[in-house]
Design a protein around this ligand. Structure first.
Ligand code: FAD
Ligand code: SF4
Length: 526
């Protein structure tokens, strides 16, 4: 029996479950299909990164002795749909079924299982073993718990993996060193620039960049062109490049990662962040090797515990936790909208011309690099959408489209749960809502902005300020009984009536302007 082993664009690891189980005479298939490139308008960086990485990986597997078929995007007989193309290839090579590892989206898993039910071709779906946990293990942990707090999940993960543990105790005496990780960037302090990959010296990557520019990027027709361009393309597309990005991070950024983790800098999109999410998500790096390298750096005394712990928590804690939430709560999770948000996405999420410096710089970094670090996603674009009541499906589509690392299993819980609090507090015990004061404290944007974070009403008032109180008032019913919100509701109650009224009017006027903007909610950007 010889299967067709279908390898998806985010499964580019040599130790993939389906590869490990494949008989030596299997046919390995990589299917580049139009359907996957367009179901949201993915940034050209993301499409190019994935296609180039797939083509390099296909070549590596060929060199390892596998028979490999690549359905290229430009092939005339390509059916341009994943399941259809895989079944066509299975018939072409006389394979007796399709073997695949769990995909990164419920939508695809559902398709695969539906094809299995249909019965004309045998589909076998294996568990993805490239994580610290599995959906079944997460479900076991979640069972019977009233609240699914990441912190408790993370502590168990630390004990299970022995990462940053000293015997049975956490290194540095506590599991979480977040308290030390909230410093803004001092003036005249610069993070080292990321290493540059010589993509134009490599024929495979060059070919992909030309193809993507023509189909989705700067040379595509207006209807086919996606947000962003290929300029600044500098993502790892091979394991060797991903390993060199990891080495750069360990040597030059990790030591300062912790204390500046939440900082935002007007002109530096990357700061001390690792930029490794895409390489991790598509399988060029494993979360185990990344965490273990950081653990080693700490044990050797090269980096402080707050940096090592802050970083490992993101991967061993948050990344595994959101994946568990995704697979145990889908498909219903995607439809959650507990705060009943109904606003369309403001057009300036695509144009970056809101006039609010923090927002426009976050969107500029997104357009230019298909990247924004976590605090920009959470506390700038995300916070703004939360305060305005942008509906989850619109915001989720945006986050899924614009970032190089976007995969639904990680994007959805972060957007719907963490940012929009649309899951009723399953992920976060309180919404991450903040006024302009927070952005002013953590960034150097406000000095360059037409608005003032210190003003709450009037033409120069920072819109985040009145929107914040509007949000608090709008959701009084749902949030005021939450003990973690009691201080905020106390301040709101104690505020003088006329000030409260002025704040609400200021926000109402802002929201009315947003709603009446000429092409608001249009699809012109795509
Ligand atoms: P670093 O700051 O260097 O962090 C190290 C690693 O930790 C990251 O590479 C990533 O693998 C992991 N990580 C950090 N935070 C999270 C988190 N909240 N959830 C899961 N993993 C995390 N991350 C994605 O990989 N794909 C997404 O589609 C995605 N969508 C997001 C949407 C929103 C609204 C928000 C608030 C966050 C999202 N994140 C997503 C999480 C996080 O913002 C990115 O992983 C991070 O910014 C990537 O940059 P980095 O590699 O430099 O991260
Ligand atoms: Fe953003 Fe307000 Fe600061 Fe302007 S003043 S940069 S809108 S937080």
């Amino acid at each position: 029996a010889r299967p067709l082993v279908l390898i998806l664009g985010d499964q580019l690891s040599h130790d993939l479950a389906s590869l490990k189980q494949a008989p030596a005479d299997s046919v390995i298939a990589f299917c580049e299909v139009e359907e996957e490139g367009r179901y949201v308008p993915h940034h050209p960086h993301k499409i190019a990164m994935m296609l180039a990485a797939m083509r390099h990986h296909a070549q590596e597997l060929r060199e390892c002795g596998w028979q490999v078929h690549e359905s290229r995007l430009e092939d005339p007989d390509n059916l341009q749909r994943l399941t259809g193309e895989a079944e066509r290839l299975a018939a072409l090579y006389q394979c007796d079924g399709v073997l695949v590892t769990r995909p990164g989206e419920w939508r695809l898993l559902d398709d695969f299982l539906a094809r299995r039910e249909a019965g004309s071709v045998r589909w076998e779906v294996l568990e993805d073993t490239r994580f610290f946990t599995t959906p079944a293990a997460f479900a076991g942990w979640a069972e019977g718990r009233k609240q699914l707090r990441m912190e408790y999940f993370y502590r168990e993960q630390r004990r299970d993996t022995d990462l940053l543990m000293e015997g049975s105790e956490p290194a540095g005496g506590k599991f979480n060193h977040d308290h030390d990780n909230r410093e803004p960037i001092p003036d005249d302090f610069h993070a080292p620039p990321p290493p540059v990959h010589a993509h134009h010296a490599d024929a495979t990557t060059r070919e992909v960049l030309t193809l993507v520019a023509a189909r989705f990027g700067e040379q595509a027709s207006d209807e086919e062109r996606h947000f962003g361009s290929l300029e600044n393309f500098n993502w790892a597309v091979t394991r060797a490049q991903a390993r060199s990005d990891l080495a750069h991070f360990l040597d030059h950024c990790l030591a300062d990662f912790g204390r500046y983790q939440d900082a935002i800098e007007d002109s530096d999109p990357f700061l001390f962040h690792s930029r490794l999410s895409a390489a991790l998500n598509i399988g060029l790096l494993s979360p185990q090797e990344v965490c273990s390298a950081v653990d080693t750096a700490w044990r050797r005394g090269e980096v402080p515990i707050n940096s090592a712990e802050g970083f490992i928590r993101q991967i061993l804690g948050w990344r595994e936790y959101v994946r568990g939430i995704y697979w145990t709560r889908m498909p219903g999770y995607k439809r959650e909208n507990r705060l009943e948000a109904s606003r369309n996405l403001p057009e300036f999420f695509w144009t970056g011309d809101s006039g609010m410096r923090c927002l426009d710089q976050a969107i500029a970094s997104t357009r230019e690099h298909a990247y924004a670090h976590h605090i920009r996603r959470l506390m700038v674009t995300g916070n703004f959408a939360l305060l305005c009541g942008v509906k989850p499906e619109a915001l989720c589509d945006w986050y899924l489209a614009v970032y190089v690392d976007a995969c639904e299993w990680v994007e959805l819980p972060n957007t719907l749960g963490m940012v929009l609090h649309a899951d009723g507090g399953l992920m976060g015990s309180k919404p991450y809502c903040a006024s302009g004061k927070y952005i002013d404290r953590m960034s150097n944007h406000c000095a360059r902005c037409q608005y003032s974070p210190k003003k709450v009403t009037g033409p120069h008032a920072c819109p985040f300020n009145s929107l914040y109180w509007h949000f608090i008032e709008r959701h009084r019913e749902a949030l005021s009984r939450n003990p973690r919100m009691s201080l905020v509701y106390g301040s709101w109650r104690r505020m003088k009536d006329d000030k409260r009224e002025a704040l609400l009017q200021q926000a109402d006027a802002f929201l009315a302007r947003l709603d009446s903007a000429a092409d608001y909610g249009s699809d012109a950007h795509r």
